[in-house]
Design a protein around this ligand. Structure first.
Ligand SMILES: Nc1ncnc2c1ncn2[C@@H]1O[C@H](COP(=O)(O)OP(=O)(O)OP(=O)(O)O)[C@@H](O)[C@H]1O
Ligand SMILES: [Mg+2]
Length: 317
């Protein structure tokens, strides 16, 4: 098959995406496919158009905005190029942490208490937001941009001054910010894989910092990973069931990774669903897959098999 691996992009997760893309491209070559590595920059639309007629499939390895958020998926739909993973709606739903949490809560997946708002601009007001957070969330809390990844722009706040600074920081990355109760607990993640989606073993992340920040994510030695996570069987099964429910609630396809915090009382809270999780050989989903006896190439092959156009066929084609 002729496969275009889409990587790089213009988000703050560009470097991570390049690593994922190269690893996937190598695996696809080993699987016998003809591969083109495509770094999507400012001229993304032209690059994608250039693939029409050559690519049988686009393997999307973009993280964050302009790639994981439905924009590239929409362009591929218009061009008629089948692509891996989630479609337009699931991608953009999952990209917005606040919107995704509303859908998840409605489908019975517990999420942290929080508020969402703008620091300025349309309906936004710093003071009102500060007061709302203090009334409904309290301290410590965590401030995040609504549509980011890799913990970029995310700050823990213990008082009003830190909260004000956190709102400024997060709003550098997105006009919409999310503030949640800070949940003390164990950090667990569940990969979902396949055309008929199934959960992989639960993986526990033990970062050396208070939160699993950018450094802990990408500097070797800063985090310990335990897979399968040392949990009672019924707790692991419950997390897997919640992860599958979250994947389905947002309409994800092919692959996703659902992040949780398990508090001291055994309550699980879903933080978010990643529709294009990291795909280097050391990333979390490939690690969890390994624990289930699946090698990196097998994971890549499964994701490839999810490739299709997700919207109904156009009339007149
Ligand atoms: N409500 C919370 N309570 C405690 N810690 C949290 C909370 N929300 C986020 N965190 C911490 O911040 C990290 C990043 O948060 P989250 O997973 O929501 O965002 P992200 O930046 O999109 O991550 P990813 O790189 O997985 O896409 C989490 O892994 C966790 O360590
Ligand atoms: Mg996360």
């Amino acid at each position: 098959m002729k496969v275009a691996v889409l990587m790089g992009g213009m988000s703050s997760e560009r470097e991570v995406s390049l690593r994922s893309g190269r690893a996937v491209a190598d695996a696809l070559r080993k699987l016998g496919h003809e591969v083109r590595e495509v770094d999507l920059g400012e001229d993304a639309v032209l690059s994608l158009h250039g693939l029409k007629g050559w690519a049988d499939v686009a393997f999307v390895c973009l993280h964050g905005r302009w790639g994981e958020d439905g924009t590239v998926q929409g362009t591929l739909e218009l061009l008629g190029i089948p692509y891996t993973g989630s479609g337009v709606l699931a991608s953009s739903l999952a990209m917005s942490k606040s919107t995704a949490k509303e859908v998840l809560a409605a489908k019975g997946v517990p999420v942290p208490r929080g508020v969402t708002g703008r620091v300025e601009g349309d309906g936004g007001n710093r003071e009102t937001l500060l007061e709302e957070v203090e009334r409904e969330v309290g301290y410590p809390c965590i401030v995040k941009p609504d549509r980011e990844g890799s913990t970029v722009g995310t700050v823990v706040a213990n008082d009003r001054e830190e909260l004000a600074r956190g709102l400024e920081e997060a709003s550098l990355y997105d006009e919409m910010v999310v503030v949640e109760e800070f949940i003390r607990g164990r950090e667990l993640t569940v990969g979902i894989l396949g055309l008929h989606p199934r959960p992989l073993p639960v993986l526990e992340v033990i970062p050396s910092h208070r939160i699993y920040d950018y450094q802990c994510k990408y500097t070797p030695g800063r985090t310990r990973y335990l897979v399968p996570a040392p949990l009672p069987g019924e707790v692991a099964a419950r997390l897997q069931e919640l992860a599958l429910r979250a994947h389905r609630a947002l309409g994800c396809e092919g692959i996703s990774r659902v992040d949780f915090i398990l508090d001291g009382e055994g309550r699980a809270f879903c933080l978010e669903v990643n529709t294009i999780p990291g795909m280097t050989e050391l990333s979390l989903v490939p690690k969890a897959a390994q624990a289930a006896g699946l090698g990196f190439e097998e994971v890549v092959a499964e994701v490839l098999s999810s490739a299709r156009l997700k919207l109904p066929a156009r009339r007149g084609n």
